[in-house]
Design a protein around this ligand. Structure first.
Ligand code: PEP
Length: 259
């Protein structure tokens, strides 16, 4: 009943020309397989500076792709040097945004209080908010995966108004699996997703929780996507490395289309 959703997080890669080419190739690849927005939501998340060019490409070729940004500042405007706000993202055609990606939490050092403000700002602005959660390797080894996911979720969603559950997507991304070639087993990932949905039910109510899509992220490749996406609570994926190659990303998207 939930339409699957796949996102390509391009991180700090590509040039303007390369980003436009990749977006065009992905759009063509999806159309060649008749993948339309009724069966699958697909988003691409280029660096800020390429949003405008990629957005123009997508609107030019009537692509089914949704444009997303990798981050936002919680305030709509002001003296925040180097930052980009939700209204600015909407202005250049972005319709989605990643919040709390593990590289922002653990490399840049964003605290949970800031991630909460960003979550609220994205939802209030009408951007699809892809809220990323996930445990570090030592947290997994300590058996605290569910605890960590629950803490991050409750913290980010505290006081948030989720009027349309379609506009909130959770990306479960075990940090030890991101960019490492290691993937959670489909069974472990399903177990974590089921717990996330239980927490969502407690926070948002059961009806909303049943509608929120939960993506898996962490070294998803064409070879492992199908098995991961066939788990009952895995509604697609957030893809890093493999999203930079159109052929691989399209293959992963196809693996998410319901048969
Ligand atoms: C990510 O950064 O969101 C991610 C899942 O990366 P990768 O697919 O490269 O592990």
């Amino acid at each position: 009943m939930r339409r699957p959703i796949v996102g390509g997080n391009w991180k700090m890669h590509l040039t303007r020309i390369g980003a436009v080419r990749l977006a065009r190739e992905v759009g063509e690849g999806l159309r060649a397989h008749d993948v339309d927005a009724a069966r699958l939501d697909v988003g691409v998340f280029p660096p800020f500076v390429y949003l405008d060019s990629v957005g123009t490409t997508l609107s030019d070729d009537r692509s089914p792709l949704e444009l997303g940004a990798q981050d936002l500042h919680p305030e709509p405007e002001g003296a925040f040097t180097g930052e980009v706000s939700a209204p600015m993202l909407l202005d250049v055609g972005a319709r989605a945004v990643l919040v709390g990606h593990s590289e922002r939490r653990h490399v840049i050092g964003e605290p949970e209080s800031l991630i909460r403000r960003k979550t609220h700002a994205a939802l209030a602005a009408g951007l699809r908010c892809v809220l990323c959660v996930g445990e570090l390797l030592d947290e997994r080894d300590a058996g605290t995966t569910n605890e960590v996911n629950e803490r991050q979720l409750r913290s980010a969603l505290e006081g948030a108004a989720v009027r349309d559950p379609d506009m909130l997507v959770i990306a479960y991304e075990p940090v030890w699996a991101i960019g490492t070639g290691r993937t959670a087993t489909p069974q472990d990932a399903q177990q974590a997703h089921a717990h996330i949905r239980r927490v969502l039910a407690d926070v948002l109510g059961t009806d909303a929780a049943a509608r929120v899509r939960i993506q898996y992220g962490g070294s998803v490749k064409p070879a492992n996507a199908k098995e991961l996406f066939s788990q009952p609570d895995i509604d697609g994926g957030l893809i890093g490395g493999a999203s930079l190659k159109a052929e691989d990303f399209v293959a992963i998207c196809l693996a998410a289309v319901p048969r």
